[in-house]
Design a protein around this ligand. Structure first.
Ligand code: S3P
Length: 179
C-alpha cells in the first residue's frame, strides 16, 4: 500500500505550499483538510467558526481525517489544530508518514501579517497570539512527528528539497533497521 504523507504544523507555516510541491515531485495526489471541510460545508473556515462554532469545526475535522486517512498515496496538508485530537493523529499515522513543518513565530507572522482567514488569530497582537498558541501546540507537533523540518531560514524551493531529502533518509533508516 502506498503510504500517505501528512504535513502538520502551526497555521501559516506553509503546509499547503510544501504539500503541493511534494505531491508534484513525487507524483502523488494532494488534499488539504481545511479545503475538504470547506467544500463539504459550502462555507469558509471563518464562516464555520462564526456560524457553527469551533466545536463543530473540530467534529468536521475529525470526519475529514476519518475519510482522508483511508486514502493511499496522498499528500495531506492538515489544519494546525489537527493534533489537538489524539484520535486524528493515530489514524493519520497508521497510514502515513508525518512531517512537522516547524517555523519560528516571526516567520509565521510574516506569512500571516495581512491574513484574515484564521479565526484563532484575529484581533490585536498577532505575534503574541501566535507565540502563546505555539507554546501550547509545539509539544503535540513534536510528539507525532516522524520528520521535522524548520522552514524559517530558507526559501520554498530549498525547503522542499530539504523535506524530500529528509524523507529519503527516513525511509532508508527504516529499511536498514528492518533488514
Ligand atoms: C487552525 C488552523 C487552520 C484552520 C483553523 C484552525 C488551528 O489551518 O484549520 O483556522 O487551530 O491551528 P491552517 O493551519 O492551515 O492555517
Amino acid at each position: 500500500m502506498g503510504k500517505n504523507i501528512v504535513l502538520i504544523g502551526f497555521m501559516g507555516c506553509g503546509k499547503t505550499t510544501y504539500a503541493k510541491k511534494i505531491s508534484k515531485a513525487l507524483n502523488m495526489d494532494f488534499v488539504d483538510t481545511d479545503r475538504f471541510i470547506e467544500e463539504n460545508e459550502g462555507l469558509s473556515i471563518n464562516e464555520i467558526f462564526e456560524i457553527k462554532g469551533e466545536k463543530y469545526f473540530r467534529e468536521e475535522e475529525q470526519k475529514a481525517v476519518d475519510t482522508l486517512s483511508k486514502a493511499e498515496n496522498m499528500v495531506i496538508a492538515t489544519g494546525g489544530g489537527i493534533v489537538k485530537n489524539e484520535k486524528n493523529m493515530m489514524k493519520l499515522k497508521e497510514t502515513g508518514v508525518v512531517i512537522y513543518i516547524d517555523a519560528i513565530a516571526e516567520h509565521i507572522l510574516s506569512n500571516l501579517i495581512d491574513d484574515n482567514t484564521r479565526p484563532l488569530l484575529q484581533g490585536e497582537n498577532k505575534l503574541e497570539k501566535i507565540k502563546n498558541l505555539m507554546a501550547e501546540r509545539r509539544p503535540f507537533y513534536e510528539k507525532y512527528a516522524d520528520i521535522k523540518i524548520d522552514v524559517s531560514f530558507a526559501g520554498i524551493r530549498q525547503n522542499t528539497e530539504r523535506i524530500l531529502k529528509a524523507m529519503e533518509e527516513y525511509y532508508e533508516d527504516l529499511h536498514n533497521t528492518r533488514t
